[in-house]
Design a protein around this ligand. Structure first.
Ligand SMILES: [Mn+2]
Length: 298
């Protein structure tokens, strides 16, 4: 039996009527896993901060002219207990929960935690949707074979995904910090990496968002590391990198996905490290989550 949060702490502060597991199409799964963060710490605090900030997000989305939360219902599970757990154990537990929810035809939103945690929902979704594409937002390629002695480091998340997922169906956006080995892997295995340097040096008439969407199949799982954003708008992350991306140009990717009639099947948002009193970062992530739900369901 999965426990859900109520209006006092669930996503969007939704009344019971719109947030029971039974009657919700969307389920938010808080997964506060933090084990290998190498620079700034604090990703374990992210799910709680995102849920708290979400109480400030409007139910109504003016772009969609809808209150999608009331039409579809959004349930929020009680945060998983991941403290001091080994990565393999935490991943196995989360995989089981996500699989169960997918079997119940739910759309699953996983809130990290460090990027390692994305491996579980990606694996669960890939079993159900073997032809899916993976759209990976990040400043980092996360393709290191191992990092600081761990195969399950946040810097190796996508390398572990490539152990079971075809690299040529991985589409990366925003990458601007990686090792030579990772760049070699991208070239030799055919990962579709859209580097920040390439996007930002292209002529202003280039619709780079459409180029990203062209690389995607019909079913899209999204793994979103918030350090993809520019540190000016998202300083609250473990490893902020310059030359990042801003809000509207990012929304244009999701708008292009809708225009191409491709479908988002689930997503995770990871690597927020909340900074006390810097609320805009938490609110930005809460808004990102609700925007993605809107672009998928409205
Ligand atoms: Mn990253």
């Amino acid at each position: 039996m999965m426990k859900t949060l109520d209006i006092k702490s669930n996503f969007l502060a939704l009344d019971k009527k719109y947030s029971t597991l039974e009657h919700s199409a969307i389920v938010v799964v808080p997964a506060p896993f933090e084990n290998s963060t190498s620079y700034g710490k604090g990703t374990a605090n992210a799910p709680k901060a995102i849920l708290e900030a979400s109480a400030q997000v409007e139910f109504y989305d003016n772009e969609m002219n809808k209150e999608i939360c009331f039409e579809k219902g959004i349930a929020t599970l009680a945060p998983l207990n991941m403290k001091k757990k080994r990565a393999e154990t935490a991943l196995k537990e989360l995989d089981k929960i996500v699989s169960t929810l997918i079997d119940q035809k739910k759309f699953v939103v996983t809130l990290g935690g460090e990027h390692t945690i994305s491996i579980a929902p990606i694996k669960a979704y890939h079993r159900k949707y073997p032809n899916m594409s993976l759209l990976h937002f990040d400043a980092h390629a996360d393709l290191r074979k191992e990092y600081q002695g761990s195969q399950f480091s946040h810097a190796s998340a996508m390398a572990r995904v490539c152990d079971f997922f075809p690299p040529e169906r991985m589409v990366q956006v925003g990458i601007r910090a990686l090792s030579k080995d990772e760049a070699d892997f991208i070239r030799s295995r055919g990962v579709k990496t859209h580097y920040a340097t390439t996007i930002h040096r292209a002529p202003s008439t280039t619709n780079w968002q459409e180029n990203v969407v062209r690389h995607l199949g019909e079913q899209i799982y999204i793994s979103f590391d918030v350090d993809y954003f520019d540190p000016a708008m998202m300083p609250a992350t473990g490893t902020p990198e310059p030359d990042g991306f801003f809000w509207n140009e990012t929304m244009n990717i999701f708008r292009a996905i809708r225009a191409a009639k491709k479908r988002i099947i689930g997503f995770d948002v990871v690597e927020l490290s909340p900074i006390p009193k810097m609320h805009h970062c938490d609110l930005t992530v809460a808004r990102l989550v609700y925007k993605l739900i809107n672009y998928t369901f409205a």
